[in-house]
Design a protein around this ligand. Sequence first.
Ligand SMILES: [Cu+2]
Length: 126
Amino acid sequence: MRRLLVACGFAALLALAACGGGGSSGGGGNTIAMGGSSFDGNTTVTIAAGQSVVFSDPSGSGGTHILVTGSNGTFQAATGAPSEFSGATGVNFSPGDSKTIVFSTAGTYPITCKIHPSMQATITVT
Ligand SMILES: [Cu+2]
């Protein structure tokens, strides 16, 4: 009888652990797509700190882009931005490229393209 109780208690603990361990990692809707000389579609994304944004430059309809933090095609350092965006070199894209970038610090990050100054997107990290 006592052994049975112990076994039951252990099973309950395991069930609890299984429940608590299965974290959800958010959906896959955090994509910013690029066209030939502009962003294509969604240009504002809001995520929680630690989540990522997929920057997608489709092989068929994309273009060559150099994304940096800033506005009007000009790099401006943004405190807390991912390391990929920490320098004026920026993140280079060619058609067919898709890059997943993690934003680990809360803030609002304007993203522009050095080749196409009219390209502007905003990543808000809460
Ligand atoms: Cu561009």
